[in-house]
Design a binder for this molecule. Structure first.
Ligand SMILES: [Zn+2]
Length: 195
């Protein structure tokens, strides 16, 4: 069954933009569909932004310190670098990946120095999180674009993130296209979003 809450979404969209909450198990997916024409030739651009706590992908949110953690981080980046394995637009639309960009805090962050405050550093999970606070929680943002030769056949896409990253439980999808906006929540049993 399709789940759509247009009124709720419009109400949310009119609120001032706030940073999405950092909740482990939850992530956000923004999908923008644009149709362009060149003469008789139509094409579609599907721009996808994934915003997720690193914990959903890795099980930790700090710069890798051990070989196992470094390996896990490298393998995650490798998986996220294959958009066609993460998102499957309708085959008849003939979509191909044309852009891909990963903003991972792990790439730029130098190894953290241990502070010596006499008492042990306290890691509080599950409580209120501040964004971009070092030693706390971190998000990863990934950008993807597909260009599709047959926009009329493009009615939706399948998300395969749940199979690859089992810590991810819910994906809040926000879609904007030529016919308006929609929102839905996906999970491991409900992996297709249609518009
Ligand atoms: Zn976190």
């Amino acid at each position: 069954m399709k789940r759509c809450f247009p009124l709720l979404f419009l109400a949310c969209a009119s609120l001032p933009q706030v940073a999405p909450a950092h909740v482990h198990g939850e992530a956000r997916l923004e999908i923008v569909l644009e149709i362009s024409r060149e003469g008789a030739q139509k094409s579609a651009q599907l721009t996808i932004t994934l915003d997720t706590p690193l914990d959903n992908l890795l099980g930790f949110e700090y710069a890798p310190a051990t070989d196992a953690e470094r390996e896990a981080a490298a393998s995650m980046e490798k998986q996220l670098s294959h958009p066609e394995q993460l998102f499957v637009p309708d085959a008849a639309a003939q979509c191909a990946v044309t852009l891909f960009e990963l903003e991972s805090p792990l790439r730029t962050e130098a190894p953290k120095n241990e502070h010596d405050h006499g008492d042990k550093h306290h890691h509080e999970h599950g409580e209120h999180h501040e964004h971009h606070e070092h030693g706390g929680h971190d998000d990863l943002e990934a950008h993807y674009r597909f260009t599709c030769k047959n926009p009329d056949a493009l009615q939706g896409l399948k998300v395969r993130l749940f199979a690859l990253f089992p810590r991810l439980q819910h994906l809040q999808v926000e879609f904007a296209g030529p016919n308006g906006q929609r929102a839905a929540k996906l999970d491991a049993k409900n992996t297709r979003f249609s518009w």
